[in-house]
Ligand binder design. Structure first.
Ligand SMILES: Nc1ncnc2c1ncn2[C@@H]1O[C@H](COP(=O)(O)OP(=O)(O)OP(=O)(O)O)[C@@H](O)[C@H]1O
Length: 257
């Protein structure tokens, strides 16, 4: 494991007096593959928004020892922090390769990008292999399957040399095979990067998490290994106490709402 670590201290985000994130401490060591779970509205996405500069927050967010809070979004991105959203944001008309080229900021204008080129930059070629889309590099992104679009989006972060990836429900809506392929992709990506995954899919979490933080009502309820989190009575209560609960962590239960 390598890379840089994320340290969050007393993070707070308030929307019109409502505390969406309410004093969160988080330690994600270098090279961790951390899953962030919790019921709907727990504050998971808002936490990631705060780390990436999309919402105002107080407290401290340090990555590789550097304070991020208060910096604009583009500065945070330049520190090697990248995220995906629940819906993939790729350029559908452009090819897989062109999407990666643009993300890599290869400095070519739109016309040059549309022309045939001889070579592919090494970082782009490497990302294509990592995300398993080398064979589809000249296809328009719009024709890709749902899972493949998510992988392309991850590839677009890889070519930017991202060191911390924050992924919001990367396997939502994916088939079983796509989930497995995504899990393997996260393992590969996590070999030399730090990865944080917001997820509702408990089977996926159990298979691929190296560590887990459970959020509830804007606070960290529990942090530990999958086994530790599953065994925690408060975590079980939070999941069981909901009318339309996601699949509970420790006890066999229903699908995510
Ligand atoms: N821009 C906003 N303005 C007001 N309230 C917001 C805003 N964004 C989020 N919230 C509220 O903050 C709380 C946390 O939302 P958030 O999306 O972070 O939860 P979550 O854990 O990611 O939930 P889910 O699993 O459903 O995506 C929710 O009650 C939500 O309604």
């Amino acid at each position: 494991m390598s890379g840089a670590g994320l340290t969050v201290r007393d993070l707070r985000v308030t929307f019109d007096g409502f505390r969406a994130v309410d004093g969160v401490d988080l330690d994600v060591p270098p090279g961790d593959l951390r899953f962030l779970i919790g019921p709907n509205g727990a504050g998971k996405t808002t936490l990631v928004d705060a780390v990436t500069g999309l919402v105002r927050a107080t407290g401290s967010v340090r990555f590789a020892g550097e304070e991020l809070l208060g910096r604009p979004v583009h500065r945070i991105a330049r520190r090697g922090i990248g995220r995906t959203f629940q819906t993939a944001t790729v350029f559908e008309q452009l090819t897989v390769l062109q999407n990666l080229d643009i993300a890599a900021g290869a400095g070519r204008g739109p016309l040059t990008l549309l022309r045939r080129r001889r070579g592919v930059p090494e970082a782009v070629a490497h990302a294509l292999e990592t995300i398993g889309l080398a064979g589809l590099r000249d296809r328009p992104a719009g024709v890709l399957a749902h899972g493949q679009k998510q992988w392309l989006e991850i590839g677009m972060l890889l070519v930017q040399d991202v060191r911390l990836l924050l992924l919001d429900e990367p396997v939502a809506g994916m088939s079983h095979d796509e989930r497995e392929a995504t899990g393997e992709l996260l393992r590969r990506v996590g070999e030399d990067r730090t990865v944080v995954v917001i997820e509702h899919d408990m089977d996926f979490m159990r298979s691929y998490a190296r560590s887990v933080s459970v959020l509830h009502a804007g606070k960290v309820l529990k942090q530990g290994t999958v086994a530790e989190v599953q065994a925690d009575a408060r975590v079980q209560e939070v999941y069981l106490g909901r009318a339309a609960a996601p699949e509970p962590v420790a006890v066999p239960v229903a699908e995510e709402a």
